[in-house]
Design a protein around this ligand. Structure first.
Ligand code: GDP
Ligand code: CA
Length: 351
């Protein structure tokens, strides 16, 4: 009988992962935890380097996250956004929302200012991430998936018809690379333009992780995967949260090599994402919109998949994909539920 895992490394996106990590931290303690976090959502806006998933994980583990949104800081104030709105009102960017489409709270802005200035002075994102974690008192080891720039780009049906998208959101630098030729009526945009700017209310035709093929894992990321007792693929969007992490050469292979002690948690419950577009995105990109679709994606990497009790009838189909199915309540509506799910995760390979 194996003892429950004590050193845990998670592959993480944002909110779903942050909840999972807090549950795990409640059981094994933060010092035993490492997370390799998606940075495909990162963007430069108003000249600031913003790392949404790293910040969500950091703020959540610090107990400082806004419980209402899951992102940003609790007790935040919004004076900078209000001032920016005054600039929208008086031009030369007259359209409401053009400068304020991505909300940045006043205290949150300090994180982006700090990160940007440290990066400009030559620090690596992994170093800055550790510095931000220290400032927030986080003891878990938080690692970006890579120190280089990887950008998740999404091809969508152009809202409002061909040519209408150009310049819709201000404050962004030009696109990182020439996009592939897209059929007329389609346009490739940055992940946050899709997710926040368009509220993900458009059909996705394709996803690319620009820069991933030449990226290398951040220092310590492969060791964290190799040396943990247990690897957890968090309940994050499989396509745009876990997908970019696995697209960094070396990470997927390292997880596959230790598949027998890797467990995944399905973010899809009863065919739906709890929040966000993970369900639709799976469907739009040709995957089954269910825990079975998730099992098909993760079976090569994880020897077990946890699916929600609402999906217990899918267990035979999950197992037919070649991964053991563990059925458990998986909605982390509060710390108790997150801790309970963490215990299931940690016990996946005991006995
Ligand atoms: P984002 O980067 O903040 O969009 O977050 P993630 O990619 O980490 O998380 C989005 C996914 O997490 C969605 O598909 C949700 O269904 C899933 N999710 C969020 N909270 C929970 C939860 O409590 N349990 C499970 N099983 N999935 C969750
Ligand atoms: Ca994210």
């Amino acid at each position: 009988m194996n003892a429950p895992a004590r050193r845990v490394t998670a592959l993480a996106g944002g909110v779903g992962a942050a909840r999972m990590l807090s549950g795990l931290a409640a059981v094994v303690g933060q010092p035993a935890l490492a997370a390799v976090v998606n940075t495909g959502d990162d963007m430069v806006l108003h000249g600031l380097h913003i790392s949404p998933d790293l910040d969500t994980v950091t703020y959540t583990l610090a107990g400082a996250a806004n419980p209402g949104t899951g992102w940003g800081l609790s007790g935040e104030s919004w004076a900078v956004m209000a001032s920016l709105r005054e600039f929208e009102a008086t031009g030369p960017e007259p359209e409401a929302g053009r400068l304020t489409w991505f909300n940045l709270g006043d205290r949150d802005l300090a994180t982006h200012l700090f990160r940007t200035s440290r990066l400009a002075s030559g620090a690596a994102l992994s170093e800055v991430t550790a510095e931000v974690a220290r400032r927030f008192g986080v003891q878990a080891r938080l690692l970006p998936m890579t120190d280089s720039r990887v950008e998740t780009r999404v091809t969508i049906e152009e809202p409002g018809g061909p040519g209408s998208f150009a310049g819709r959101f201000a404050g962004l630098p030009p696109a990182p690379q020439t996009p592939p030729a897209t059929p007329s009526g389609q346009v490739e945009i940055g992940f946050q333009e899709y997710f926040v700017g368009l509220h993900h209310a458009v059909a996705v035709k394709g996803v690319r992780f620009v820069g991933a093929s030449s990226a290398v894992p951040a220092p310590g990321a492969l060791d964290a995967v190799e040396q943990a007792d247990l690897v957890v693929i968090c309940p994050s969007n499989p396509v745009v949260s876990i997908g970019p992490v696995l697209a960094v050469p070396g990470i997927a292979d390292a997880v596959a090599r230790r598949r027998e002690t890797t467990v995944a948690v399905s973010p899809i419950i009863a065919g739906k994402a709890l929040k966000g577009p993970a369900d639709r995105m799976l469907g739009e990109l040709g995957h089954e919109m269910s825990a079975v679709g998730v099992a098909r994606l993760w079976a090569p990497l994880a020897a077990a998949l946890i699916v929600d009790t609402a999906d217990s009838d899918l267990a035979p189909r999950v197992e037919a994909e070649g991964t053991r199915c563990i059925v458990a309540p998986s909605v982390m509506s509060g710390p108790e539920q997150a801790r309970h799910l963490a215990e299931v995760v940690l016990g996946a390979f005991t006995g």
